[in-house]
Design a binder for this molecule. Structure first.
Ligand code: ASP
Ligand code: MG
Length: 254
């Protein structure tokens, strides 16, 4: 039995239908005999909309309140996804960053993860639940909500995968992995089947469109394999693996 962390971004969960699609995918991964923790980002443009709303009220909002506001986006997706999984007939339990044990420093809007203590997530997984965790957020030493910087839920997913000792961290997006160029613009772009961390970090121009660089650095530091793939298709994506690891040995690759 493998332990898989799946991260779904805003484009994978922009509306009710997408949330149901994500619920199906997570449920199937669990039903085929894996333990599954899902990290979610806010739906569609929610985070941008929250920022616009804040700035229309106060052009210089207090950082603490801004982070409090921004963590709301991921709370919406985590709870709706738990309901969608429940409606599909599987068991799910959602957790905020705080409940999932994400402890950060005090830099509001750009906090760094200091430790992840996912005891409640482990407990949910051991009971056979799909654990759903709000990405992009944690708490500081004062107990206040913090956010990790835009696009931070990729990093949350890798940090959770490392803390749980997961076999792979799957990053779901709207393209079939990492390409030699942006496939939405360059028609001759080819999907890269597998690649090392260093090479991705060097490809900042195309790799970083799909993955936050901090997430790749975190994965590299702890040798956590990544699988970047589309939530809209069943096609294989791009495997990012440590040197010497045979990508074919990773779980859930077909
Ligand atoms: N929702 C946050 C953002 O839009 C985090 C993320 O998407 O990873 O930046
Ligand atoms: Mg987002």
């Amino acid at each position: 039995m493998a332990l898989i962390v799946q991260k779904y971004g805003g484009s994978s969960g922009a509306d009710t239908e997408s949330i149901q699609r994500v619920a199906k995918r997570g449920g199937e991964t669990e039903k085929t005999g894996n333990k599954v923790a899902v990290v979610v980002s806010a739906m569609g443009d929610t985070t941008d909309d929250l920022i616009d709303q804040a700035l229309s009220i106060d052009s210089n909002p207090p950082e603490r309140e801004m982070d409090m506001l921004m963590t709301a986006g991921e709370r919406i997706s985590m709870s709706l996804l738990a309901m969608a999984i429940h409606a599909e007939g599987s068991r799910a339990h959602s957790f905020t960053g705080q409940q999932a044990g994400f402890l950060t420093d005090a830099r509001y809007g750009a906090a760094h993860i200091k430790a992840v203590k996912p005891d409640r997530v482990k407990n949910a997984l051991s009971l056979g639940d799909i654990a759903i965790v709000a990405g992009f957020q944690g708490i500081n030493a004062k107990g206040d909500a913090t956010t990790l910087g835009r696009g931070g839920s990729d990093t949350s997913a890798v940090a959770l995968a490392v803390a749980l000792g997961a076999d792979v961290c799957e990053i779901y997006t709207d393209v079939d992995g990492i390409f030699t160029a942006d496939p939405r613009i360059v028609t001759s772009a080819r999907r890269i089947p597998s690649i090392g961390y260093e090479a991705i970090l060097e490809m900042a121009s195309c790799g970083s469109k799909v993955l936050a660089l901090r997430c790749v650095e975190y994965a590299q530091r702890f040798n956590m394999p990544l699988h970047v793939r589309s939530s809209f298709s069943r096609r294989p994506g791009t495997l990012v693996v440590p040197d010497g690891v045979d990508p074919r040995t990773l779980p859930n690759i077909d």
